[in-house]
Design a binder for this molecule. Structure first.
Ligand code: NAG
Length: 335
């Protein structure tokens, strides 16, 4: 494995792009094969039926969510372990609603699997976007496109034909939906948080940004390597159930001020001096150009929250490193 040492984080040794191996199923192999063969046609029917027919019919938000839950239910993704910062487990009452993403807010989610988009759609019915390291603008995409994006090659620049916009405009255009941003730009195996795109900085100051971390057990349904459709389907369908661990942090605002009542800070002091220097250097590694100290502070706050929720570290490896890793990985597979 030493030839991959450059794709490990130098400080921690974490390797965020390695696929997570399936534990060998031994004597249960025929049971897994049976599950896979029974579920595959059902999943294909439900998925194609939704994306090619139902989605275009006026089934409403509820009908949409019901179809998506069915899609999650077929492979047995129904153990959801939800925890919200500041809310005791099992006590989510009405007055805690402000702690959940609402229409008009932004969701900054970790990205490890195609199930991320499916789950977020089934809960929030949001608008999905793709972020890129080279621009602050985001590309609004459909749910289907967002799911496929988890299988795609990492892209540093947006494709030339992509429609790009900023979050402020998107929020204005979709006042009745939340907006999902995957600020890491590409998928990982869930063992680290990658450096962020600057896309969250186009969020207006008054809009809540909710960091959400999604984690899977077994973790082999993550797709850090592009194009692994078959492997993903096998891991997804051959296991009886899967659990999603959902963690939602307190919302963050896009403002360089530490809090709303910061009358003491002089107008010139944009820097949050208490930021740890180690996380400051992480943003520098993906050529984050033209970012003020205040803006860096906002991105750090969201990235720190995602890492804390996922109980993982932030690393300096980004989209460029994943490009290199995927190249090395597929060369070794062929040879
Ligand atoms: C977000 O906040 C940063 C400063 O923290 C600011 O430079 C940027 O303009 C803000 N974005 C919007 C859309 O207001």
């Amino acid at each position: 494995m030493e030839k991959y040492s450059q794709f490990r984080d130098r400080g921690s040794g974490i390797a965020p792009f390695f696929p997570i191996q399936n534990e060998p199923s031994g004597i249960y192999w025929s049971f897994h094969l049976f599950l896979f063969l029974v579920r595959l046609p059902i999943l294909l029917t439900v998925t194609l039926g939704y994306f090619f027919v139902l989605q275009w019919l006026p089934i409403g938000s509820l009908g949409k969510k019901a179809s998506l839950w069915l899609m999650l239910g077929v492979p047995g993704v129904w153990w959801i372990d939800l925890q919200i910062d500041g809310v005791k487990k099992g006590s989510l009452a009405k007055h805690h609603k402000a702690r959940l993403p609402q229409p008009g807010s932004v969701i900054a989610s970790s990205h490890t699997s195609p199930i991320d988009s499916l789950y977020l759609a089934a809960i929030f019915d949001p608008v999905f976007t793709i972020s890129y390291p080279s621009t602050r603008l985001v590309q609004p995409v459909s749910l289907f496109h967002s799911i496929l994006h988890a299988f795609q090659y990492p892209q540093y620049d947006p494709p030339p034909k992509a429609t790009l916009t900023d979050l402020a405009t998107l929020i204005r255009q979709h006042p009745h939906q939340a907006i999902v941003v995957f600020p890491e730009c590409t998928t990982t195996n869930g063992r680290a948080i990658l450096p962020f795109s600057n896309s969250l900085l186009t969020c207006p100051p008054g809009v809540k940004i909710f960091p959400i971390n999604l984690r899977y057990t077994a973790a082999d349904v993550t797709t850090p390597i592009p194009g692994t459709y078959i492997r993903f389907l096998w891991n997804l369908l051959s296991k009886p159930t899967h659990c999603i661990r959902v963690r939602i942090a307190e919302s963050v605002y896009n403002t360089s001020q530490p809090s709303a009542s910061s009358s003491s800070s002089s107008p010139g002091s944009l820097v949050n001096e208490d930021r740890t220097s180690s996380s400051d250097t992480l943003l520098g590694s993906e050529e984050v150009e033209g970012v003020t100290a205040g803006e860096k502070g906002v991105l750090n706050k969201v990235a720190d929250a995602l890492a804390r929720l996922g109980r993982v570290k932030r690393v300096g490896l980004g989209v460029r490193d994943k490009e290199g890793f995927v190249k090395a990985w597929s060369k070794q597979r062929r040879g």
